[in-house]
Write a protein that binds this ligand. Structure first.
Ligand code: CTP
Ligand code: CA
Length: 229
């Protein structure tokens, strides 16, 4: 008899998850980074794994350890993250939860920058990093059938996130308000709105694990439909 196994809805599926911050070197001992802990991306990877997916977990230097039972690809920079995502293709779905640095230091030095005694300050020049989410969303044949991005905003959260979804070409954007007053950045909870072509759906404030579980269930549902179509 055919039995349904609702807890393994993603078995046979491959999902790429990016997570954590990236570090962009200034010189061999210094870097530019951001406050992402990697907690939400890690929880998403674990939830997808629990539903039976094969997960490629491409992570920057995060505070929280990566989940067990996933393929961990550890990177430092946005450029390395892009290359690792490309190497992990093809995939059925991609969830870009990393807080990718927007710029790298174009004039990063091979040797440690020293104070030269004159009081002159070093000048950093920046160059834009590849936008991994926009790139994967606009891939041709190799585009995963579902691409999910995040939008951590401090102002006009829904308007910004809705615009971001269109601009990048991803299917869903998980928007959240990271203004300091919410206490979300670096915390254990998250309050998100899932934005798709169909509209915006706000979820209550939940633990990052619960957000991950709901998102993984949604992804399983969307891939079922992609299969049927
Ligand atoms: N992202 C990415 N590569 C980048 C920058 C962002 O893949 N170089 C992804 C993030 O992982 C996230 C989404 O894009 O899923 C939105 O990131 P965000 O920083 O909010 O968007 P930006 O386009 O960088 O816009 P902003 O100027 O608001 O930072
Ligand atoms: Ca950004």
């Amino acid at each position: 008899a055919v039995v349904s196994l609702p807890s393994r809805r993603l078995s046979g599926r491959h999902v790429i998850v990016t997570s954590g911050p990236t570090h962009e070197p200034i010189d061999p001992v210094r870097y530019i980074a951001n406050r992402s802990s990697g907690a939400q991306g890690t929880a998403i990877a674990a939830a997808l794994r629990d539903l039976g997916a094969r997960v490629s977990f491409v992570t920057g230097p995060a505070e929280v350890p990566p989940p067990e039972g996933v393929e961990v690809i550890a990177v430092e920079t946005a450029r390395a993250m892009r290359d690792a995502v490309e190497a992990a293709l093809p995939a059925d779905a991609a969830v870009m939860a990393a807080a990718v640095a927007d710029w790298h230091v174009a004039n990063a030095r091979a040797g440690k920058i020293k104070k030269d005694g004159s009081g002159r300050l070093p000048e950093l020049q920046f160059a834009e990093n590849p936008d991994i989410l926009a790139w994967i969303s606009q891939l041709g044949r190799d585009r995963p059938s579902l691409v999910v991005g995040f939008a951590a905003e401090t102002d006009d959260v829904l308007e910004n996130a809705t615009r971001k979804r269109k601009r990048k070409g991803c299917d869903w954007i998980v928007a959240n308000d990271v203004s300091p007053a919410t206490g979300i950045m670096g915390g254990t909870e998250n309050a998100v709105t899932l934005i798709s072509e169909a509209g915006a759906e706000s979820w209550p404030r939940l633990s990052k694990q619960e957000v991950a579980l709901r998102l993984a269930e949604r992804i399983a549902g969307a891939l079922d439909h992609a299969q049927d179509g």
